[in-house]
Ligand binder design. Sequence first.
Ligand code: SF4
Length: 241
Amino acid sequence: MAKFIKFTIDGEECMAQEGKYVVDAARENGIYIPTLCNVQGIKPKGACRICSVKINGRLMTACTTPVTDGMIIENDHADIQELRKSIIELLFVEGNHLCPSCEKSGSCELQALAYRFEMMVPRFPYFFPLREIDASHPKIIKDHNRCILCKRCIRVIKDKDGKNIFAFRDRGHHTGIYIDPELADNLTDELADKAADICPVGAILKRESGFKTPIGNRKYDQEPIGADVEKINPSNGRKKS
Ligand code: SF4
């Protein structure tokens, strides 16, 4: 039988099933912890570090840490919010994220987090790296300028035999996402849609489907990121009106 435990987030008493990851347990209690690499239901990686929280006084990633009884979690803390904002800024300067011309604008989680954290101009110098756009696959376009190396595509997109279609190649700032040439034909239309959808930024785009949803009507044009979680009423799991 599932065991429920109690813990606090920013002093608020919360309850969740033992063993849930902190990020999921927080969500169930109507508390949003931002993430970029995490995908609900997929083994977490703790790659982006944006979900960093203080647990019993120590900085830890909320997506990889299971909640335990009596845990004291700090989420909405000035130092933590500042750390998250600086990670977002670093991601912006490390790649080439030209939001006004990006097909993902309005559905991009990085852009949405930048708005949430009120990022204006990053405090770090831009790298302006030279990165390629790879349009060699018949179903998708990969724009390496926008990839934040979150590994979502590697972890989520698998062919019918469970093999990873995407992989990292090269090292350091040359690291990029590539399609295994032997499995390239296994990227069906359905998987291509899923890859474009799971990518938090516009680094994977489905061919011939750009701007289907007009800018202004996109996900984060309607509602800021995290607002759906913060509307959940923890007492009954239903959305607050
Ligand atoms: S292509 Fe997208 S999903 Fe894949 S690692 Fe880069 S940002 Fe993440």
